[in-house]
Design a protein. Structure first.
Length: 481
């Protein structure tokens, strides 16, 4: 059997050519679905401090002669054809704390494999196994590797990578991703709207070591990822990609309920099927329509790419200054007024906003940048740092037709503490996925906020999730009065 029979290459959309994002280092039918995520799902103190995973304890559960124990789950498999039921749990009983399976090919031969969620400190093992598969491929067109940065993101909740282990050895892994409305969401290729994108997960690469072929690990990991996605986001759609020429993987995903949605070229010229496991094809996701109580300011959006891949802060400031009539070009603030430093992200821009490896600048530094510009222009406006202000207390500014620059995350992804910087005012933490946008409206009836986002355009965001991230990043805000 050739090596390509041992992996499922799905959704390799996270390529630099495809990404248009600010890369900060490191249902019932005919009814509008409720917004999926809350802080209880994944925005925990552990995910913001040390990226450790949170897994609730579950009770013993028995179904169809399969006995599930948590945090360890034991499944006894007596023949090669016997498989656990899809998920094998009810919604309140999760096997995702890690469990063991015993595969018996015949009475004389058995291996003991455990399956559990991978942790950040296992990133090297994941990359090594992926490289091993890539090196043994006879047809490189069938497999596009995931870079280290992306795999690191996939280890951070709500995303997950599940590994199959033979003792301490990683035998296989599979990843499931919640990309919200980021460009890598395959729903964009299917012309889905934002509401539907937020109810969609992506089944990413599944890789199996050649030494462990023949145990159904590809399908087992597919089920594990589906189970996790539906537990976190009940009823969600799950999309994936497979090469039309990878017949083995195509049969496997179709056997797990995936159906071909579209055939297209992706990942720099590789032909792929987009397949979907869609529980309710008739479920509608109507576009959001603000209520009559909504407040909306006419802030003209500016997209930061391609000139400023990490320049969201300077672009957000540019949008607000232009709102007041200052006719600035996209890169003018970044090039003329933004002070830079190789380490300081609090009062300077750490790195270069023209470079994808740049980091960012926090509210104190952005406020000073605005003051430099306003002073040079002899403008009547003043810049003020509102850091510490609850989001709801920023709404009165909007009522007075004053937009507010705020810090949140790219595509509402989970922020992760990755660095710190000490100033006279204390210790500041920098977060992977940090993003700066302009708050320019809110809808009190529908609990949404309107932002002018340098990545996404003018977008209504769910207020609860937006607030959770705003709070987690320290409630940083800047206003021009």
């Amino acid at each position: 059997m050739e090596a390509e029979h041992l992996f499922l290459n799905v959704s390799r959309c996270c390529r630099l050519a495809d990404k248009q994002q600010c890369r900060k280092k490191p249902c019932k039918k005919k009814q509008k679905p409720s917004f999926p995520f809350s802080v209880d799902h994944f925005l925990t103190s552990s995910s913001l401090s040390d990226s450790s995973e949170y897994f609730p304890e579950k009770k013993v559960y028995t179904k169809q002669n399969w006995t599930f124990f948590s945090p360890a789950l034991i499944l006894s498999l007596f023949t090669g054809d016997v498989r656990p039921p899809c998920c094998g749990t009810s919604p309140d009983q999760s096997p995702h704390t890690g469990h063991k399976e015993v595969f018996m090919k015949n009475p004389a031969e058995s291996i003991s494999l455990s399956i559990r969620r991978c942790m950040l400190d296992e990133l090297d093992s994941i990359m090594e196994l992926q490289q091993h598969i890539s090196d043994t491929m006879t047809n490189p067109d069938l497999f596009v590797s995931t870079d280290r940065s992306d795999n690191r993101d996939y280890l951070i909740s709500p995303n997950a990578i599940f590994g199959v282990y033979d003792g301490e050895r990683l035998a296989a892994y599979g990843s499931i991703i919640f990309s919200n409305d980021a460009p890598e969401n395959l729903g964009w290729d299917l012309a889905w709207n934002r509401e539907k994108l937020f109810h969609t997960a992506t089944l990413d690469t599944i890789v199996v070591d050649p030494d462990y072929r023949g145990h159904g690990l590809q399908r087992r990991l597919t089920r594990e990822c589906l189970s996790y996605a539906r537990e976190l986001l009940p009823g969600c759609n799950v999309l994936t990609t497979v090469s039309p020429y990878n017949e083995y993987s195509l049969r496997n995903v179709q056997a797990e309920g995936f159906e071909i949605q579209k055939r297209l070229m992706k990942y720099g010229g590789h032909e792929r099927y987009i397949l979907g496991n869609i529980p309710d094809p008739a479920c509608e996701y109507p576009d959001f329509v603000p209520s009559s109580q909504a407040v909306s300011l006419p802030v003209e959006n500016i997209l930061q790419n391609p000139e400023l891949p990490t320049g969201c802060e300077s672009v957000a400031l540019t949008m607000v200054l232009n709102y007041y009539g200052h006719r600035l070009a996209k890169t003018e603030i970044a090039d003329r007024y933004l002070r830079k430093d190789p380490e300081n992200f609090v009062t300077r821009f750490k790195g270069d906003p023209h470079d994808i490896s740049g980091d960012g600048i926090y509210a104190p530094g952005l406020t000073e940048t605005a003051r430099r510009f306003l002073s040079e222009q002899n403008a009547p406006q003043k810049a003020a740092d509102l850091t510490g202000t609850p989001l709801s207390e920023l709404y009165p500014y909007l009522d007075q037709k004053i937009p507010v620059i705020v810090y949140d995350s790219v595509y509402l992804k989970t922020p992760v503490d990755v660095a710190e910087y000490v100033t006279d005012g204390g210790t500041w933490h920098f977060y992977h996925n940090e993003h700066c946008i302009v708050l320019c409206g809110y809808d009190p009836l529908n609990r949404r906020v309107l932002v002018s986002d340098a990545l996404s355009g003018l977008v209504w965001r769910e207020e609860q999730r937006f607030t959770e991230i705003y709070d987690a990043l320290g409630r940083m805000a800047v206003v021009i009065l």
